[in-house]
Every structure is written in C-alpha cells, then in structure tokens.
Design a protein around this ligand. Structure first.
Ligand SMILES: *[C@@H]1O[C@H](CO)[C@@H](O)[C@H](O)[C@H]1NC(C)=O
Ligand SMILES: *[C@@H]1O[C@H](CO)[C@@H](O)[C@H](O)[C@H]1NC(C)=O
Ligand SMILES: *[C@@H]1O[C@H](CO)[C@@H](O)[C@H](O)[C@H]1NC(C)=O
Ligand SMILES: *[C@@H]1O[C@H](CO)[C@@H](O)[C@H](O)[C@H]1NC(C)=O
Ligand SMILES: *[C@@H]1O[C@H](CO)[C@@H](O)[C@H](O)[C@H]1NC(C)=O
Length: 244
C-alpha cells in the first residue's frame, strides 16, 4: 500500500513537471507557480527541482513582464531577494549581489515592520510592487532559469559498416562560442528512402565544437555496404555561454 502511494506521487509529480510553462524574456525564462502556497525555503527548493532559482527582478522590463504574465491573479509571489541586514535596504539577491537603489524602486514597503520581514514578494494588493514579509508566510513563487540556445544542422555522408551493426562517427561543427552543449540529439536516414535500412543514433561524447555518435542499424542485425546517409542533429546550449 505504501509503495503504491509512493509510485503515484512520483508519476503525478512528473506529469505536473511536464505541464510547466516557461515565459522567455531575453536570455531568461520564468515560471509563474500556480499551485499550493509554500514558505520561502520550500519555494527555493521547488525552483531548485526545476534546475532554476527564485526570480531576480532587477529591471523595469522584467518587473513589467512578470506582472503581465501574472495577469492579475489574486496571488502573492516570492522572488529571489532576502534580507541580510536589518536596515530597510539591507537586501541581497540570490545571485549574491546586493539590492541597489535603482532596483528598489519596485519595493513600496520594504520596511521590516515588526523586525522579522526577511523575504520579499510581489504583492497583489500593491499591483505586484514588492513587500517584505516573514519567510514563513506561504504563497506562490516565480522561478527563473537560463533559456536554451538550440542549434541544428544536418549533413549527408557515405558511411558503411562491414563487420558490426554499428559504426562510430565524429561530427565537428563551428559555433561562435566555446561551450559544450548539455545535450545533442541526432537521427539518421538513408538518402535513398526506398532502402529498408533504419538507424538508431546515440550521442556518446559531447565537447565544444565536436560530438561523437554511434550509428546503429536496427531493421536487422547486420552491417551495410557504403551508402549515403543523412544525419540531422540538434544541440542544446545553456545561454550562460560567452559569445564571441
Ligand atoms: C536538471 O538537471 C539535471 C542535470 O543536468 C538533469 O538530469 C535533470 O533532468 C534536470 N531536471 C529538470 C526538471 O530539468
Ligand atoms: C488574463 O485574464 C483574463 C481575465 O481572467 C482572461 O480573460 C485572459 O485570457 C487572461 N490572459 C492570458 C494571456 O492568460
Ligand atoms: C485586477 O483585479 C482586481 C480585482 O481582483 C481589479 O479591481 C483590478 O482593476 C484589476 N486590475 C487590472 C489591471 O486588470
Ligand atoms: C552588501 O551588503 C552588506 C550588508 O548590507 C555589506 O556588508 C556588503 O559589503 C555589501 N556588499 C557589497 C559588494 O557592496
Ligand atoms: C533546423 O530546424 C528548422 C526548424 O525545425 C528547420 O526548418 C531547418 O531545416 C533545420 N536545419 C537544418 C540544417 O537541419
């Protein structure tokens, strides 16, 4: 019985994760949580589960974008700003930078009322300007992560495999940055589609400007004579890369 409950929780969670919508602005993407209200620590953990962090709202553009996406719900939302010093302006972003005077324009009541208001949220009652509040208060939250850069390419090549049902191919590509993709997906098909050959493609090595794939014939367990094969690939980069 216990095991069953555990499995249900896991599969429900993965369904929920699959349905998340990320809103992109520039090189960041934002998720506006719309579930059970949680305290600040739980909001931090929930974003971490999505490989994200609570959102940093440092510009008018980001503030307005989030307000637009929130679309006038009656909810409050934690952001990635908390107090490191009891003075009214003693706040730090979760990227380690201190709150600046410019950024604090969105904070109407960062007053540390009662001396225990160490977390910051977008407050519905103030048109989503910021308020400081006790970190134990439960509410929704906004997560932020880097948007992906996705690059695709394709090429045709004469490939054969005399003895094995698979062969290894190295693919070099040019890019205006030196980061390695965090994932490469590839597929392969015969240029002559009348041939029955079918391939499975597995990426085995991923480096900057280079990846290696294992091209495996799957229609039958066999090698094949020299044939022109079209390989299509898609590389996923985190936008934290330095472009030159
Ligand atoms: C988070 O990143 C890890 C490691 O890169 C990855 O295995 C995992 O699938 C990611 N989780 C989500 C929800 O994207
Ligand atoms: C915003 O909310 C209004 C009223 O609830 C709704 O009609 C509209 O479709 C929403 N817009 C978006 C983009 O979700
Ligand atoms: C948002 O909703 C409130 C009622 O919940 C309403 O009074 C207010 O005018 C709405 N604001 C906008 C910008 O639609
Ligand atoms: C950030 O603020 C803290 C305390 O308010 C201060 O001690 C620290 O020097 C500040 N850091 C920077 C880089 O200004
Ligand atoms: C890259 O993907 C786009 C959109 O899916 C497609 O139109 C284009 O042909 C692809 N480019 C290559 C080189 O495969």
């Amino acid at each position: 019985m216990k095991l069953f409950a555990f499995c249900c929780i896991l599969s429900c969670l993965s369904v929920a994760v699959g349905q998340i919508t990320w809103h992109q602005l520039g090189t960041s993407e934002y998720y506006i949580h719309d579930g059970t209200k949680v305290n600040y620590q739980a909001a931090v953990s929930a974003c971490a589960l999505l490989n994200a962090t609570l959102a940093r709202v440092k510009t008018t553009q980001v503030q307005q974008f989030l307000v637009q996406k929130i679309n006038n719900t009656t909810a409050n939302y934690y952001i990635g700003l908390d107090r490191i010093n009891p003075t009214p302006t003693g706040f730090q972003w979760n990227d380690g930078t201190n709150l600046t005077a410019d950024e604090s324009q969105f904070g109407v009541t960062l007053d540390n009322s009662g001396g225990n208001e160490n977390c910051v949220h977008l407050r519905h009652e103030s048109q989503y300007k910021w308020n400081d509040i006790s970190c134990g208060t439960t509410m929704k939250y906004i997560c932020e992560r880097h948007a992906d850069i996705i690059v695709n390419g394709s090429f045709a090549k004469v490939v054969s495999s005399t003895y094995n049902s698979y062969t290894i191919l190295d693919v070099m590509y040019k890019m205006c940055f030196d980061a390695a993709p965090y994932k490469v997906e590839a597929s392969a098909r015969m240029l002559d589609e009348s041939l029955p050959y079918r391939f499975n493609v597995i990426t085995t090595v991923v480096q900057p400007h280079f990846f290696r794939i294992k091209l495996e014939r799957v229609d039958i367990y066999s090698g094949w004579s020299p044939s022109e094969i079209k390989i299509s690939w898609k590389a996923y980069f985190n936008t934290a890369v330095q472009i030159y």
